[in-house]
Design a protein around this ligand. Structure first.
Ligand code: PLP
Length: 393
């Protein structure tokens, strides 16, 4: 495995566990136990049962006929939007809650930006009867009110992060602070392939079910388990990691990571980390991130809250720097146009994040016979207020 994590938690130059000493015991415990726990037959059985009967897996692989005609290619959609709670995030929270139980943890904390990971975490905490505290930027609480209500109805306590820009990175800082103060009874469910080792690898493994299913679904529908191209949007990179996972070493399969350019890569209002980022440390791992020359984090911007993060996971930094993956940046406007195109051609309203992946078709070089899988990471219900503004303008 050329692209899997090494013993120290690195993907090439990226990754590691750069953490305050106070977190050392927690991270060590997780690092020493996660693989063993995940491999237990009892864990596997419970995880598979919940993924099937609770989440609704396998998610369909759908041949998008009209979209294929439009772009003159063979386009398949991996329908993570049909999962319980509306996105891929539940795959990871199911895995981590089962892990937390086996570690004897009774209190769960999480960070959230748009609220999708917060909802997925509050959901599994309700399912298992565990206490749930979700940190969320004050600004995000105001702009994502429906998800805040969902989390509260599910029994979670939503705590506002009031420092910095009062958005996702500040919520993450608050969650880390909480964990430092509550090291024994608490598990921190990180929502993407970011954070200190072993989180990026652990979350990638829980999302890997996406490409595991893709293999047999493609074999059934096209005769080959390998597509020519896989496209996924990247915020932290968990849905992309899941869609790429079982193809990382199949060099013939092109991997395309799509980032949010916001108002444009050079506009100063962007989240295109692979273009604008440099090597640095954020939230416990060394990765590409948007920072000033003296290492202050530059506030990212995207219309899509799920892509509005100043870094990307260390796996993706490695894939992009080593040229295993191609990176494409998509502006707010291009994503909005793609969301309407997919809706009108296929009757599927995609999440704004996923719409970025569709828009990448305009920049991609491909042949008409190419089999292209687009990972449809989530549904657009949460983005309706943004879409409605466009319809009414
Ligand atoms: C959170 C989210 C993303 C971005 O997160 P990744 O970890 O990069 O996958 C993408 N799409 C949807 C629908 C999301 O909710």
């Amino acid at each position: 495995m050329l692209y899997s994590v090494d013993k120290k938690g690195f993907y090439g130059d990226f990754g590691g566990a750069f953490i305050p000493e106070m977190l050392y015991a927690n991270i060590e415990e997780l690092k020493n136990k996660y693989l063993e726990i995940i491999d237990e037959p009892d864990f596997q059985a419970e995880m598979n049962h919940l993924l099937k009967d609770y989440v609704g897996r396998p998610s369909p692989l759908y041949y998008a006929k009209r979209l294929s005609q439009h772009f003159n290619a063979r386009i398949y959609l991996k329908r993570e939007d049909l999962n319980h709670t509306g996105a891929h995030k539940i795959n990871n929270t199911i895995g981590q809650i089962l892990l937390a139980q086996r570690l004897g943890k009774t209190r769960i904390i999480a960070e959230t930006g748009a609220g999708q990971h917060g909802v997925a975490t509050a959901t599994v905490c309700a399912l298992m009867g565990l206490e749930c505290i979700v940190y969320m930027g004050e600004v995000d609480i105001a702009r994502q009110a429906p998800n805040v209500s969902r989390m509260k109805m599910l029994g979670a306590k939503v705590v506002p992060a009031t420092s910095g820009s009062k958005t996702l990175k500040d919520a993450t800082n608050e969650a880390i602070r909480d964990w430092i103060n509550n090291p024994t009874d608490t598990h921190y469910i990180i929502g993407s392939v970011v954070g200190p080792h072993p989180y990026p690898d652990m979350v990638a493994r829980f999302q890997a079910v996406i490409s595991e299913e893709m293999k047999w679904q493609l074999k059934e529908q096209t005769g080959s388990q390998d597509p020519d191209i896989i496209i996924a949007c990247v915020g932290g990179g968990s849905n992309a990691a899941g869609a790429f996972y079982h193809y990382l070493d199949s060099e013939k399969v092109r991997l395309v990571a799509v980032e949010a350019a916001g108002l444009g890569v050079d506009s100063g209002e962007s989240a295109a980390t692979s273009v604008l980022g440099t090597k640095g440390i954020i939230h416990g791992s060394r990765t590409l991130l948007m920072q000033t020359e003296d290492g202050q984090i530059i506030e990212p911007y995207s219309i899509s809250a799920g892509l509005d993060y100043p870094g990307i996971g260390p796996l993706h930094s490695h894939l992009i720097v080593s040229k295993r993956a191609e990176a494409i940046s998509i502006t707010d406007q291009e994503a909005l146009d793609a969301a309407f195109l997919v809706t009108r051609l296929e009757g599927i309203i995609p999440a704004l994040e996923s719409a970025h992946a569709f828009a990448a078709m305009h920049y991609l070089k491909y042949r008409s016979e190419d089999v292209i899988v687009i990972n449809l990471s989530g549904r657009g219900d949460k983005d309706l207020s943004t879409y409605i503004k466009i319809l009414e303008s």
